[in-house]
Design a protein around this ligand. Structure first.
Ligand code: SF4
Length: 143
């Protein structure tokens, strides 16, 4: 059996709003500014999902956005990871049960890290990215 070693130490991030109120989006964008300096961890915003290692999802998953979310995820190169940011992306939040909402991001794509909060602070988002980096390292070591 061939052994594959995954090396993903400087992940690029793509961001998709599936119907958020923009509260979480503002926090994600703040987390990516020089004030929080995510580039010190090698993390930066990708120009397209086709170049991204991590997809950051914000907002409840509406019926309309579900198909787009799936398509974006499928366009990402492997290995690919997903972070659900905000209570809405984790579970549907206050919109759960609404006729147009199917729930959290994990109803459509596999989610690796959940960041609850309405909205979560930039520090929590950066912490989730670092935890995901640790998880990626463990995957790399096991393979
Ligand atoms: S978790 Fe809160 S801030 Fe984020 S999209 Fe939902 S309602 Fe808006």
């Amino acid at each position: 059996m061939s052994r594959i070693r995954i090396i993903c130490r400087s992940p690029w991030i793509a961001h998709f709003n599936t119907g958020a109120c923009n509260g979480c989006d503002i926090e994600v964008l703040t987390a990516l500014t020089p004030l929080y300096d995510p580039e010190r961890f090698g993390v930066k915003l990708a120009p397209s999902v086709r170049h991204a290692d991590i997809l950051v999802v914000t907002g409840p998953i509406t019926r309309k956005a579900a198909e787009r979310l799936k398509r974006l995820y499928e366009q990402m190169p492997r290995p690919r990871f997903v972070i659900a940011v905000g209570t809405c992306a984790c579970s549907g939040g206050v919109f759960r049960g609404s006729y147009s909402v199917i729930g959290g991001a994990d109803k459509v794509v596999p989610v690796d890290i959940y960041v609850p909060g309405c909205p979560p602070r930039p520090e929590a988002i950066l912490d989730a990215i670092l935890k995901l980096l640790e998880k990626i390292k463990l995957i790399s070591v096991r393979r």
